[in-house]
Design a protein around this ligand. Structure first.
Ligand SMILES: C[S@@+](CC[C@H](N)C(=O)[O-])C[C@H]1O[C@@H](n2cnc3c(N)ncnc32)[C@H](O)[C@@H]1O
Length: 787
């Protein structure tokens, strides 16, 4: 089945650009955006299907694939809706300022060239001396190229790819959207319809001279004229109607028009003096001016709409405008509090809610007040009650907790002689001390996709999705923008700048920022700083429950300053989208805080391979790596044999004969370690690197016979694991496994108590300092979780 009116016989294999009907255009716009996003060579089968159907113009298939796609990328769809806000933004005062930054309109038409239509273009043929006049009909994006959709005056549409050289390689989303806004009339000289590797076709523009922006008529400014005849009150009512339909950008557009109308009608900013004057039904006062009440409501409602779009800074500005006109406007006071709370200005938010409570004791306001006070104290004292969540019901996802950020006893410093930044403690800290709490700037749930693909590389699609989300975010908050800018401020060549901690601390003030993060840098930021989590979810530790696995990739700004070590001294715990960082060893004042970016219970070479696979472009030279490098000769044989038996990449469970060989290899390693003569800590580090061998040895105790006695005791192995990777989930699993086994086998009380203490110690590294009763409950939950 074909989408009527879209097909044109001139196009090869039916791979015509879409367009021509309302439906076609709508599909095109949505699809186009998603397709643009899905241009990564690592397309999922679903994305591939989408591209395929779009090429065949198979309406039913297209719609179905589209629906499936949207279902899978529910969040993406939401973000796509949000991109519409760009249009609304153009009509706000700040938007007008942005418009001024745009390049001047250059020409009205291109002279000396004959016009050509999309329908007349042949694939792969450059049309010298011709010009294609078109209108940009979708939001312009930048992933690997600047990408947009255009429609010619016959209603056919096509995808356009523009080399970012046209922006001197400094393209960012904000910049491309300003440069090529939706609704702009353009002319493409010598148009070239190119066959793309994904089998779709697009107009390809390689040089700035070939794309001329003729007029910049973004829809919002055009629309404004046609609504010019409406009065302010009608414009506000129209805004309310769109608000009710959850069309936030649309609503913002109308509230803005209402405010502008009021300003032009009243010839001056309305002030509190004419606030309560009588007014007629159309919102006009008796002297024909627009009533202050109408303007207050427009500002206040626009604040609410901005909030829905997570534009909290804009929401705050609007709520304050409304309060400037009517200081007692309850909804504006409440909205101001909400905006401040989202901006982590908890103290000011509490003050707002307290003021709102004076006017109305509503439950919603009281709850908001209490919540702000809790966040405020969390952010100042670093006291969080996470155990309720940890020990809660895994199936109950309705009540996901929210926490404030917290900056503990840490500072960002430039590392001497290395140029890169690192996080350092400002005072001595103990095991389990909370170092920081950071809410994710953005998170991408893997949802069935692999974080590391079968080719052994980190999943570029997930990373691109994160770049996409971050690109949207930086348009919304100068704080988020600055946080990303300072992460981009490190170029691996020793030019790292040290940002102020105030940028990360709740309740602090920050200056607005005019910088932009070009996409190239944004991709670098994600590559260098995104952390993944493939462990099981922290929820549902309650006895007997299998915690649901949750895999995700995200960016946590302050945690991004922590460097890697294979003998790290901190542990990150993810509760929802919040990262808690606890000290997993005692750390002295001035010492660097380090994290393990990858599983470190492996030999050095494999750890480095994992770092490489995850695109961390550095060679680890931590003390543990240096020790293993020093011992590489005596350990060479064991390492080689271990790798061939285990084959980490395949992640296969060894068969019986391999298991036995592995167990024997553990004995060989013990023998070597005894002969070299190392300190206990050094022995522990090496044992930890090969812990899998020992683990398999314990599982083969019977087959080892008398030799089994030469294996270290399980508790010694647990100590070795915690020496290398304190707080590692595997150590806790192992500790609980033995605790359970000792109990089942009726070991002495002393042995059981000792095993229990070990598990409690590891729990403290992972979950932080907790009351001993809570730690006991956490151990019990792990102890009784299914193996
Ligand atoms: C999450 S950032 C850490 C903060 C970073 N050092 C900075 O200045 O912004 C990760 C990057 O830091 C560097 N890095 C982290 N750990 C390292 C290590 N152990 N040795 C060398 N470079 C490291 C690498 O360039 C890595 O891509």
């Amino acid at each position: 089945m074909r989408v009527e009116g879209i097909m044109h016989p001139h196009y090869r294999k039916g791979s015509a650009p879409l367009g021509g009907t309302e439906l076609g255009r709508e599909i095109l716009m949505q699809l186009g955006t998603l397709q643009l996003y899905g241009m990564d060579p690592q397309l999922t089968p679903l994305e591939r299907g989408l591209v395929k159907y779009s090429l065949r113009m198979d309406k039913a298939g297209l719609m179905e694939a589209h629906m499936r796609f949207l279902k899978q990328f529910g969040e993406l769809e939401r973000d796509w809706q949000l991109t519409k806000e760009a249009a609304a933004m153009m009509t706000t005062s700040k938007g007008v300022a942005m418009e001024k930054e745009r390049p001047p309109v250059r020409k009205k038409a291109v002279e000396g060239m004959r016009a050509i239509h999309l329908v007349d273009l042949a694939v792969g043929k450059r049309n010298h001396g011709r010009v294609l006049y078109a209108t940009i009909c979708a939001d312009t994006f930048f992933l690997s190229l600047i990408q947009t959709l255009v429609e010619d005056d016959e209603g056919l549409a096509a995808r356009v790819m523009i080399d970012d050289a046209t922006l001197d390689g400094s393209a960012s989303w904000a910049k491309v959207q300003r440069r090529y806004p939706r609704g702009a009339k353009i002319a493409i000289k010598a148009p070239f319809l190119s066959d793309l590797p994904d089998e779709s076709i697009a107009l390809y523009v390689t040089s700035e001279e070939d794309l001329v922006v003729l007029s910049d008529s973004s829809p919002s400014t055009v629309e404004f004229d046609s609504y010019g005849i409406m009065d302010a009150a009608t414009l506000r009512t129209e805004g309310n109607r769109l608000f009710a339909k959850q069309d936030w950008p649309g609503a913002i557009g109308f509230y803005t028009k209402c405010i502008q109308k009021a300003m032009s009608t009243n010839q001056r900013k309305p002030n509190a003096k004419n606030r309560k004057k009588g007014h007629s039904e159309n919102g006009a006062t008796s002297n024909g001016k627009v009533s202050t009440e109408t303007v207050v409501l427009a500002y206040s409602n626009r604040a609410a709409a901005w909030m829905k779009l997570c534009h909290y800074e804009r929401a705050l500005v609007d709520a304050e405008e409304a309060l400037h006109l009517d200081p007692q406007h309850l909804k504006s006071i409440y909205r101001k509090g909400c905006a401040l709370r989202h901006m982590q200005q908890f103290q000011r938010a509490s003050e707002c809610f307290a003021m709102a409570l004076e006017y109305s004791p509503e439950k919603e306001i009281r709850q908001a007040h209490n919540r702000s006070k809790t966040y405020d104290s969390q952010s100042r004292l670093g006291v969080y009650e996470i155990h309720n969540h940890l020990l809660g019901d895994a199936d109950d996802v309705s009540n996901l907790p929210e926490f404030s950020d917290f900056v503990g006893p840490v500072e960002i410093k430039l590392m001497e002689g290395k140029g890169r930044r690192g996080l350092f403690v400002t005072r001595d800290v103990e095991v389990g001390d909370l170092l920081l709490v950071s809410n994710a700037l953005a998170v991408v749930n893997a949802e069935g996709r692999k974080i590391v693909t079968s080719s052994g590389r980190s999943n570029a699609c997930l990373r691109d999705e994160l770049v996409y989300k971050l690109s949207n975010l930086v348009l919304k908050s100068s704080r988020w923008l600055q946080q990303l800018c300072c992460l981009a401020d490190c170029d691996c060549h020793g030019n790292g700048k040290v940002p102020s901690l105030e940028l990360f601390r709740p309740n602090s003030k920050w200056n607005s920022c005019k910088d932009d993060v070009p996409l190239v840098r944004m991709k670098g930021v994600v590559l260098q700083n995104a952390l993944d989590e493939s462990g099981s979810c922290t929820r549902g530790l309650a006895a007997g429950q299998q915690p649901p696995a949750r895999q995700f990739l995200g960016l946590w700004p302050l945690a991004s300053f922590i460097n890697h070590s294979c003998a790290s001294n901190s542990f990150r715990l993810h509760v929802g989208d919040t990262l808690f960082l606890h000290a997993s060893r005692p750390i002295e004042a001035g010492e660097e805080v380090t994290l393990a970016y990858v599983n470190t219970l492996l030999p050095r070479q494999m750890r480095q391979e994992l770092l490489d696979q995850n695109s961390w472009e550095f060679k680890c030279n931590c003390s543990r790596c240096l020790l293993e490098a020093k011992l590489s000769a005596p350990l060479k044989q064991v390492s080689k044999r271990f790798q061939s038996l285990w084959g980490y990449k395949e992640s296969v469970t060894p068969g019986q004969s391999e298991s036995f060989k592995m167990a024997k290899l553990a004995l060989k390693l013990e023998h070597i370690l005894k002969n070299i003569g190392l300190y206990l800590y050094e022995v522990q580090l090496i044992r930890a690197s090969f812990f899998i061998m020992y683990w398999i040895g314990y599982l083969n105790l019977d087959r080892l016979g008398d030799l089994a006695i030469k294996l270290p005791l399980p508790e010694n192995l647990i100590d070795a694991m915690t020496a290398a990777a304190p707080g590692d989930g595997m150590s806790l699993y192992f500790a609980c496994y033995w605790l359970k086994k000792f109990k089942e086998e009726g070991a002495s009380v002393a042995v059981i108590n000792d095993a229990h203490k070990r598990a409690m110690r590891i729990c403290r590294c992972i979950y932080g300092k907790q009351e001993s009763e809570i730690l006991k409950r956490l151990v019990k939950a792990h102890d009784s979780a299914p193996n």
